[in-house]
Ligand binder design. Sequence first.
Ligand code: KG4
Ligand code: ZN
Length: 331
Amino acid sequence: MIILGIETSCDDTAAAVVGSEGTVYSSCRASDLGIHSSFGGVVPEIASRQHLSNLLPVVSLALRESGLEPKDMQAIAGTYGPGLAGSLLVGLSAAKALAWAWELPFVGVNHLEGHLAATFLEESSVSLPLVALLVSGAHTLLVEVRRPGEYRLLGQTRDDAAGEAYDKVARMLGFGYPGGPHIDEAAKLGDPKAFLLPRAMRDFPFEFSFSGLKNAVRLTLQSQPHADVADLSASFQAAVVDTLTSKLDAAIREVGAKSVAIGGGVAANSALRGAVKQLGVTHEIASYVPSLAYCTDNAAMIAFAGSWHVNEHGDGSSSLDLGVAPRLPLA
Ligand code: KG4
Ligand code: ZN
């Protein structure tokens, strides 16, 4: 079964054509980082307007690159939450309109389930149960995956998401948006022990908090305005990665997991990727680290997650009345 997926939950306008057995025929994305970068973050109103102008060209490109036509599609999947309401509305409306016009089943997809699906897209037989850490600009959560569609939330952040902390600290250090890749690069040249920064929520094995860490960097910069940027980047990154890794470690034990995976934009982080691979070795379980293109927002993961819910006869499809759900939980 072949599915067209559409994703517009934040600032990336993305479309992809994916087979339910995992073939990615095309995966296209337009992002206007230049525009948002000059504001130091995503401006919701601008993101919605950019989606409006980018959406149809990106969908056309995804179809063209796939070498397929609308008549070859068996369903259309679109993200309906969580995310920015105005951004979601553009992609969801387009997905529903195309499904109606092409007389195809439509399925609404949870963006977080999409990030989880990225692992399954690249791995044909994932060992279950899986412990997954979803870390993006808006979310940090730890989840047990018993099988696709069956999730148990183990814990999440009480304040900032890991990616949000990266972006805010990057701004303090004078880097552009998104900040994660800049800190990741700078950290490679710094000493992770140069500054002692807090590892929060030690007494709550599956809960996260990053606002204190962010504030500790702010206070460090206030007292030492000429602190070495590489050292501070490395020390911040060590605090984030230590925290994420120790909670993943506890979750693997709690669940008796057969595998561990990461997903979301922060899963592109080189130190986190290395630490998760090491966790797999330590626990003698499989570790899945998605390709960079499937860590950050993309529509292939949305199309693939859609294929878990709908079949070519339309069983499991969503109503065309489905609205956006900006705060949609995973489980
Ligand atoms: O999943 P994503 O593309 O969008 C959301 O759903 O939020 O994640 C974007 C986040 C940003 O906060 C960005 O700074 C972070 O992912 N990010 C990284 C890296 N690449 C992207 N964080 C740390 N290291 C990276 N290499
Ligand atoms: Zn995302």
